[in-house]
Design a protein around this ligand. Structure first.
Ligand SMILES: NC(=O)c1ccc[n+]([C@@H]2O[C@H](COP(=O)([O-])OP(=O)(O)OC[C@H]3O[C@@H](n4cnc5c(N)ncnc54)[C@H](OP(=O)(O)O)[C@@H]3O)[C@@H](O)[C@H]2O)c1
Length: 271
């Protein structure tokens, strides 16, 4: 059972809404359970606690893949440089593994070409090993890829779960050679109530959450589930052991119903 496939580990722990000592504890629980990737963002307000959790795990720095993200009001060159330095300071690290543009600039206030240039400059300066995008539409992704001039994005992080499979963005990302990271992979827990996932879970001796995560990984995506409960942190990691049949994957593909949970007024016009 390996968490690695490609640059970004297949299974990471999401830390949105994990704050204070609980954030320290759940990061340590995740690393203790075998996760080797931790997803945070300046916007989550928990980078200091995430950093304490990583340091307290006792794992060598090189064994933990740390992702953070720049918020959309920090996309201008000087602001992004200050933002990554702030993230590194709070995390207690001298380099990130992956730095993502959290959201495209609302109404294009900062041009895609400008923030991609800044992001690549930060990578050149050694502040992050890899760079990537989040919440980009097919059109914005195309602009970003063109602006990067052949330099790779290691990930595109978007909302993807059995009820929103985001196929247009997945196809455009794949065509550009960019792996998707599925955020909200459990549809904020709603997968646990789905009868099809429950039926497949019973046949597999697994849980519906594990089936949802195994499905997303079988589709080639990385996943970053989150939980405040240590037993669920372990349960979710167990999805790496599941092998779904072609028939099971086809049934889960059929659960698509364009159910988007992320509703914010600064989002781009989704595909
Ligand atoms: N790039 C972006 O714009 C963006 C946006 C949103 C999120 N993210 C990232 O994606 C990560 C995951 O998203 P998320 O935390 O919002 O959603 P999620 O992982 O889909 O769902 C988390 C919810 O599911 C519940 N849950 C967890 N494991 C479960 C299980 N085995 N069975 C049943 N319920 C379970 C949790 O409740 P309990 O705590 O009670 O277990 C929690 O309420 C975030 O933490 C963040 O790192 C990125």
């Amino acid at each position: 059972m390996s968490v690695y496939r490609g640059v970004v580990p297949q299974m990471g722990f999401g830390t949105w809404q994990r704050n204070g000592d609980a954030a320290v504890d759940c990061v340590q629980a995740a690393l203790g359970a075998g996760y080797r990737a931790i997803d945070t963002a300046e916007r989550y307000g928990n980078e200091a606690e995430v950093g304490r959790g990583i340091a307290g795990s006792g794992l060598p720095r090189d064994e933990v893949f740390v992702t953070s993200k720049v918020w959309w009001d920090h996309l201008a060159p000087g602001a992004m440089r200050d933002a990554i330095r702030g993230s590194l300071d709070r995390l207690g690290l001298d380099r990130l593994d992956l730095y993502l543009i959290h959201w495209p600039s609302p109404s294009g206030a900062v041009a895609v070409e400008s923030y991609v240039e800044t992001l690549l400059a930060l990578q050149d300066e050694g502040l992050t090993r890899h760079v990537g995008l989040s919440n980009h539409t097919v059109a914005l992704l195309g602009q970003a890829v063109a602006a990067a001039g052949g330099r790779p994005f290691a990930a595109h992080q978007v909302e993807v779960h059995p009820f929103l499979q985001n196929r247009a963005v997945a196809a455009a990302s794949a065509a550009a050679g960019i792996a998707l990271t599925a955020y909200l992979p459990l549809a904020r827990g709603a997968v646990a109530q789905d009868p099809v996932l429950a039926e497949i879970a019973a046949a597999q001796g697994a849980t519906p959450a594990q089936v949802a995560l195994a499905f997303l990984m079988a589709e080639g995506h990385a996943v970053i589930p989150s939980s405040s409960k240590p037993e669920r942190v372990v349960e979710n990691f167990g999805a790496l052991r599941l092998a779904l049949s072609g028939d099971e994957i086809a049934r889960i593909r059929g659960l698509e119903r364009a159910e988007r949970y992320t509703r914010v007024d600064f989002a781009p016009a989704w595909d």
